[in-house]
Ligand binder design. Structure first.
Ligand SMILES: [Zn+2]
Length: 272
């Protein structure tokens, strides 16, 4: 099957509160039926909480991929965003608007958590999701890596600069939505973990730096992802010297004020 070329930075993920609009050609088919439709889709509507493909925008019109598409929460906002994105002229990086945070409390209530208490305890701000994200290439697992457009550009420059010095940097994980983070909690709870156990390794939905599209986890070939042993690699030594010049800083060094475990793999882009 002929794959359409996907150009970094100009290919966009359009974001709405409950549904993401994926450009055609980037989602993996989960069945033969899906494959035939996804191959022709200009855009695919995907539920953020569990990744279910809801509908495909085909040249002849919208093809539902679930039985009761019209009842899907957040569908109207997604269709409005689809219309807007098709009319949009490319205006360059410019300003990236953010989605409202109004569902943050509801998500934490689903987990029986109190947002004010949590925010105070960890000292982390709530992080809004951007209205759209830029395709920043693929991660270690050949999944599309999404970042805010300025962070995506900076990451590609950082990776290329490292490569010129013989260092291979791999993205492990970039942008994640609030709903995706909620889904992680729900799956872990189903498997019998407690909220406290999950919070020891995952920020509560709405409070991860990954929601803003500016943070990414970095690895290097041959190393396990997100392990403290990353600090002993040549890649980490290179980042300590080279990352700042490209606008990236390690968010959680040893002894950080949030009481978050040392994360030598987690870097955030700070726009100049
Ligand atoms: Zn991270």
């Amino acid at each position: 099957m002929q794959r359409r070329p996907i150009s970094p930075l100009t290919t966009r993920l359009v974001n709405t509160p409950a549904i993401e609009l994926w450009p055609g050609g980037l989602l993996r088919a989960r069945s033969n039926h899906d494959a035939r439709i996804l191959a022709r889709a200009r855009c695919v509507l995907r539920r953020k909480r569990d990744g279910v493909y809801l509908a495909a925008d085909l040249p002849e019109g919208m093809q539902p991929l679930v039985p009761h598409l019209h009842r899907e929460p957040g569908l109207d906002a997604a269709l409005d965003a689809l219309d807007a994105s098709q009319m949009q002229v490319c205006t360059g990086p410019g300003h990236v608007a953010e989605l409202p945070l109004h569902q943050l409390r509801e998500r934490l209530a689903l987990l029986r958590m109190d947002d004010a208490g949590y925010a105070k305890r960890v000292g982390l701000p709530a992080v809004a999701e951007p209205e759209w994200l830029a395709f920043a290439g693929f991660d270690r697992y050949r999944r599309p890596l999404w970042l805010r457009v300025d962070a995506a550009r900076a990451w590609r420059h950082l990776r290329d600069a490292a490569l010129r010095d013989g260092i291979v940097l791999e993205a492990i994980s970039g942008y994640r939505s609030h709903d995706y983070q909620l889904g992680i909690f729900e799956r872990k709870l189903t498997r019998g973990q407690t909220i406290e156990e999950i919070l020891a390794v995952n920020a509560a939905p709405g409070y991860s730096e990954h929601h803003g599209g500016l943070a990414l986890d970095i690895g290097t070939p041959g190393q396990p992802p997100a392990e403290e042993s990353f600090e002993h690699t040549a890649a980490f030594a290179w980042l300590q010297d080279g990352a700042r010049g490209h606008g990236f800083r390690m968010s959680y060094p040893r002894g950080n004020p949030h009481g978050i475990d040392y994360e030598p793999w987690h870097w955030r882009y700070w726009p100049a």
